[in-house]
Design a protein around this ligand. Structure first.
Ligand SMILES: [Zn+2]
Length: 92
């Protein structure tokens, strides 16, 4: 059995919730504290994996954000340095 991870939002305990839809029962993983939840599925394991994957994806997004921001910053520095060096070259 795989472990149900804590909420990626508030780090609270998450739990399985069963929701009756039509004539069947669907599962969802939901945070007890902030109400963040996975998508509905009739398979608990699918729900659990969706929930655990959500956490990883959120971490990935944060990493991507830093990579793109860092890259943009470097190109700005490069651009400014290029102008500075260009001016120096012109005067000498
Ligand atoms: Zn939460």
């Amino acid at each position: 059995m795989e472990i149900l991870r804590k909420c990626p939002c508030c780090q609270s305990e998450a739990e399985f919730v069963d929701i009756p839809v039509s004539n069947s029962l669907l599962w969802q993983v939901s945070c007890r504290h902030c109400g963040l939840s996975s998508e509905l599925d009739n398979d608990r394991i699918v729900c659990l994996r969706q929930w655990n994957r959500r956490e990883r994806e959120d971490h990935l997004k944060v990493k991507l954000f830093f990579v793109t921001t860092g890259g943009a910053l470097l190109s700005v520095i490069g651009f400014v340095l290029g102008i500075a060096l260009g001016f120096n070259g012109g005067f000498s």
